[in-house]
Design a protein around this ligand. Structure first.
Ligand SMILES: [Zn+2]
Length: 86
């Protein structure tokens, strides 16, 4: 019984660690790049609220700074809409 419990909590901790690690990376990126990078190109200064993976994780992208981009919610939606096959 004790063993089962330990296995369960260990699995949970691993997930928590992963979530916390990503949150830290994301927060650090937002601090370093507080303005939406897409808006900035159009000389609009909008606070970024999320961090986008330029190359998606499913596509082999990483959590490296060079693969991250600060975006406003509307720009992030635009990127994902553009990706959809028409
Ligand atoms: Zn934007």
């Amino acid at each position: 019984m004790q063993q089962h419990y330990e296995n369960f909590t260990r699995g949970y901790d691993q997930h928590e660690r992963y979530v916390n690690a990503w949150r830290r990376i994301r927060d650090r990126h937002l601090v370093g790049s507080p303005l939406c990078e897409m808006c900035k190109e159009r000389e609009r200064y909008v606070r970024s609220t999320l961090v986008h993976h330029i190359r998606s994780l499913a596509d082999g992208g990483t959590y490296d700074e060079s693969n991250l981009m600060s975006l406003s919610i509307s720009c992030h939606e635009q990127i994902h809409q553009r990706k959809k096959p028409s």
